[in-house]
Design a protein around this ligand. Sequence first.
Ligand SMILES: Cc1ncc(COP(=O)(O)O)c(C=O)c1O
Length: 452
Amino acid sequence: MSIAPVREHVLPDYMKAVDLLKVAPRTMAVDGGKVTLGGVDLLDIAKRFGTALYVYDEDHIRHQLASYRDEFKTCYPQSNVVYAAKAFCCVAMDKVVAEEGCYIDVASGGELAIAQAAGFPMEHVIAQGNNKSELEIEQCIDAGVGCFVVDTHEEMERISAYAQSKGKTQRIIIRVCPGIEADTHAYIQTANEDSKFGFNIRNGAAEQALSFALTLPGVDMAGFHCHIGSQIFELTSYVEAVNTMFAFMNDMRQAHDFVARIFDMGGGLGIPYTIYDRPSTIAQFASVATGAIHANCSEYDYPYPEILTEPGRSIVANAGITLYTVGSVKTVPGICTYVAVDGGMTDNIRTALYGSKYEAFVVNNADKPRDVICDIVGKHCESGDVVVKNSPLQACTAGDIICVLGTGAYCNEMASNYNKQVRPGVVFVKDGEVREVVRRETYEDLLRRDVY
Ligand SMILES: Cc1ncc(COP(=O)(O)O)c(C=O)c1O
């Protein structure tokens, strides 16, 4: 018989909800025992819409989009911000992005369909993805997307053939793998030499892709793209990527007389999930990245391209929270206290996937210190079904409402129906109002695809 090891002793941190505001949405306020978001009491939201529930602070989302737009324009006027819809995608979100004057990147036909339903200007849509299907390529060209980021020769051939058949010329940029090991989790590094994404510079694939693109009718070869990874704290990774890309672009000018009109530097800026995280600000990112571009244009006497940046996480992660109801509390003496909630890996897979960390508090005990260390676990049939591991938390009991902060990115989008769990609804709060933007799934939704 094996005996579970006693957990490493973790000291409680005694912080209250008010101490966590650094990682909370901008309009979250804690007044004694009452916690509001967008001027609305979180307990009222939980009661009205049920739990588990994703709640977004619309002001926070708009603030992040506007900061990117303005900081980049200040440092580099020919720049545009392309929101990476994969971080959080729904019609209401796409409308906010359009209203803030940003572009959008879609990574599938599904994300394109949502953008179309939102009435997003198609010339401001960038089509991404390392293996776009023929149908997705056709849908994007028919919709009139502004640009494709191409990953393969097959894709370029398909774009060329379909664009010609429609009498169109489709703008493309080539995704290049600069061979950078960004300072982040291996699963979200995307520009190593050994990557499924893009064309490597070092083995000559990127140059071959350019030569090929330049021969294709129906295609306007406009520039290059790179995306080095996600949740990046070290801005030097971006400087390294920009330097590598411009050295390559200069070589391509000499070898092929090709000058890039667009340089897309991808997304990836890190965010604070815990109060101990110290990511760079958007202003620092804009200044460092565009500083490197200015320096390279000057060094190589390279004409200034339009630059695109593709943030996802840093727009929405801290804007969103998840509310859960506690179903049970179980203490295994000397080992762990398990606080089980009415969701789990189906609404937040990131903890199981990457060992992600979060801050959490008990909404109805917000003014009490977090003096219990527990695992906040889900209701699913996996031991790895953990939402927050070793979480400091206020003492709680069945029926209490837990708020997990920083769940606005890659949680709703990666949600599943494991155990036939219905996926949570999504609400936006702003100026004292709550609006449901995605309704909670129902059992009818679960049955809709069964044929019987
Ligand atoms: C091509 C591309 N652009 C942008 C992003 C957005 O990255 P982040 O959410 O880290 O800003 C991703 C995310 O994986 C991506 O693959």
